[in-house]
Design a protein around this ligand. Structure first.
Ligand SMILES: Nc1ncnc2c1ncn2[C@@H]1O[C@H](COP(=O)(O)OP(=O)(O)OP(=O)(O)O)[C@@H](O)[C@H]1O
Ligand SMILES: [Mg+2]
Length: 257
């Protein structure tokens, strides 16, 4: 089933990676790459291990600097910002990492309050409670509010990790392998959640994944990183309509043809 792309605004580029190169010593990870993320779009990034997908996310969030080229996020050139400006910009970006690092000694409620209290210091107790309850409801885990992370399944922890990011109302979400290590049904659950987040919070997202079912379900558009370039771009069907030996195994392995 094709996703509706009715809400995507192709006139509004929220992330622009413009002729960016990044090397580590003589390892040329990204070579002159171009990429755009449009407002309210879910963009899936595919690619083998070690091709530079996580490096791309680190460049976008200013954790690494490009050797060449510019990266514009929400109208600001990330690689030219001061530390203070970068901190402010990062508040508008949500990260979902592979290991949703929750604080094990805190309840779910406390885990969710933490970013709010740290970043928005003038909220009242009632406002904090309301935000926590709303975001928990948004990820379908209201009942877990008083539980400890150790009492939750991997999929539930992932949801809480996403909720903790959403509580700051980011404009952009960056998901690095959101379904890694989860069973197929929980993967479907998380994929649905990513689509719900896009609709409910009007986020624009980049999703890195090796899971093609995930890519197909959530991606409005897909790009594949091959030898330091986004050589293949388009819909799921367009990406895999090829005999390219570097691309076929992704499809064949996922769909056992
Ligand atoms: N800070 C760094 N210093 C040196 N090399 C690095 C650094 N960060 C990443 N690399 C190298 O850049 C390459 C790309 O790494 P990256 O983490 O982006 O891969 P990836 O595509 O995310 O892989 P995976 O699918 O396994 O997560 C790797 O060879 C890695 O060793
Ligand atoms: Mg990675």
């Amino acid at each position: 089933m094709e996703k509706s792309k009715a809400n995507i605004n192709y006139d509004d580029v929220v992330i622009h990676v413009d002729k960016v190169s990044k090397s580590f010593g003589d390892l040329h990870v990204l070579r002159d790459v171009d990429l755009k993320l449009y407002n309210r779009e879910n963009l899936v990034v595919l690619g083998r291990s070690g091709t530079g997908k996580s490096v791309l996310i680190k460049l976008i969030s200013g954790l690494l600097n490009p050797d060449r080229g510019d990266i514009t996020v929400l109208g600001e050139v990330v690689n030219r910002l001061t530390d203070k400006e970068l901190r402010a910009l990062r508040q508008r970006i949500g990260f979902s990492f592979q290991n949703s690092a929750l604080y094990d000694s805190m309840t779910v409620r406390e885990n969710l309050e933490f970013p709010l209290v740290r970043n928005k210091r003038n909220l009242s107790r009632a406002e904090i409670d309301r935000e926590v309850e709303e975001v928990l409801e948004g990820v379908g885990l209201s009942r877990a509010i008083n539980q400890m992370p150790s009492e939750l399944s991997g999929g539930q922890r992932k949801r809480i990790g996403i909720a903790r990011t959403l509580i700051l109302r980011p404009d952009i979400m960056l998901y690095d392998e959101p379904t890694a290590g989860l069973d197929p049904i929980t993967c479907l659950d998380i994929n649905s959640l990513i689509n719900e987040v896009q609709e409910r919070y009007n986020t624009s997202s980049i999703i890195i994944t090796h899971d093609l079912a995930c890519a197909k379900m959530i991606g409005d558009r897909m790009v594949m990183l091959l030898d330091g370039k986004f050589e293949r771009q388009g819909s799921f069907a367009e990406i895999f309509d090829t005999d390219d030996e570097r691309v076929r195994p992704f499809y064949d392995y996922n769909f056992i043809v």
